[in-house]
Design a protein around this ligand. Sequence first.
Ligand code: FRU
Length: 603
Amino acid sequence: MKTIFRKITIVAALMCATAAQAGDGVTIHQLGDRNTMVRIDGDKRYLIMPVQESMPDAKVDILVNGNVRQTIFVRLADSQIDYTVPLDLAPYTRQGRVMLNIISEVDRTHSREASDFVCWEEMRLAEGFDSTNREQYRPAYHHTPLWGWMNDPNGMFYKDGVWHLYFQANPYGSKWQNMNWGHSTSTDLVHWTHQPIAIEPNGLGSVFSGSCVVDHNNTAGFGRDAVIAMYTSAGHSQVQSLAYSTDNGQTFTNYSGNPVIPNSREMRDPNMFWYEPTQSWVLLLANALEQEMVILSSKDLKTWTEESHFGKGYGSQFGVWECPDMFELPVAGTKQTKWVLVCNINPGGPFGGSATQYFVGSFDGHKFTCESPAYVSKWMDYGKDHYATVSWSGAPNGRRTVIGWMSNWQYSNDVPTQQFRSANTLPRDLALFMGEDGEAYVSCVPSPEVETLRGAVSAHEGTTVGAEAVAYSLPESGVCEIVLDYNLKGCTAMDIELRNDADERVVMTFDVAKREFAMNRAKSGIVKFSRHFPVTTIAPTHNSRMSGTLRLFIDRCSVEAFDGEGRFAMTNLVFPTKPYTNVAVRAQGGKAKVNGVKIYPLK
Ligand code: FRU
């Protein structure tokens, strides 16, 4: 007992000296057995914590006056500091004295003593946190978190002219962990303002994906026009919780009766909407491991009745079913509408890993009926980096606007960025069109607001191209939109190639006989971080004429391709070591007509 006591005091004294050097107001006590206590006595707002991504998570209990207020997991740096993350102390210091009780290396695969970690020397208090961009691959016009990890967009709603985008966020590192609801707002869908974290973990677990509705009629009793969120509390089990906001989604209060759905299976990602004919709320819940969606209904958002199930045996069944959505869409060229049930699936996507599938049919307030045979799989986007797509609740003018997470669970934690990880796709507006095979498909075009980003156009006149490529320059930054009008009657294929000075390329090909559009990113730049990355993705064009418009959106780490009428979309990440600065077009097996090329730098 005596020896242990002496060892503790000596180490503690040593570390206090180090802490004093690193920054006043932080006292570090090394207690041995990988346990460290960090006492905060300064009055600055943030504790800056050094992270090393290859480290396992340390468990950090945040204590206020000796009571655990929050537990977070941080990859505290052992031998090198990759970056730092801020812990906002304001909510805690207001209530009392703050101390962190840290257990390093909870999985014990590491052998060094925690007291030797480099993080203790650099842990310090600060008034602010520098989030200036340091990343080559941070997109210029896609939404990203300022720092830390992001996955699913969720809980999106539109109210009083503001688009609210919440997302799965880890503020304490750039890998998946500590799920909070991050929050950004926009008045035009393309310029985003970062807001404080909206919902953080509590005793029921971390805050997984969910949805928001505006309760115009105060059905839940939280107030007229209150914003009500339902999310999955992910602790030992997954249960569904409500939170409400009376300040337009800025801050949320958890409902005291949580969980409102204490289901016993692995169910998650509740998506709610108001169904006028039955004057009820309808909720879809992913029964993840059973590959089905459960449909429930409620009058007050608090008490839910199970109505039906959809999905057993339908579409792709190879992964877990997650992040559902359901809405009615007009069928182009008709007066008809049909219902679309969105089902994000991982793995099981057409090119491996994550993807968004959907089913078209009818809904009577209780049950969804798919109009296609069960074996039919339909995909909203044929790239590898389009997942967790859901729509905004209450979008104006009857619009159905969606946004996806621009990554894939196969490699999302390993892409070559550090300050932040992951962007959202461009926002897209949906409708339905009838395919030449008699099936109804979702059409997907960039939301019209995206056009407001266009700078001065470089317009190139029509020409005929053969085997020799015609090349067009792109802006130096590579950040642009390319609009290409084509007619492929006179050839068997057309290649469209994005290139840079480092001989890196993205090769896109229209195959006339197969009526397909493909994108090959095998030589697009940095690809080796995952064996699942260097691939070709292929989309049906739903266009036997093989003439039309191709729109390409290039940002620093992504290429999104859209058919002009939205008959296919394809989103792929790319990590070129230098920006792509030209696009080359050539035909195979004859001549292709390029009716015109427009290149817009995007702001
Ligand atoms: C989908 C998903 C959801 C879950 C969330 C957790 O990407 O797995 O099912 O709610 O991510 O972050």
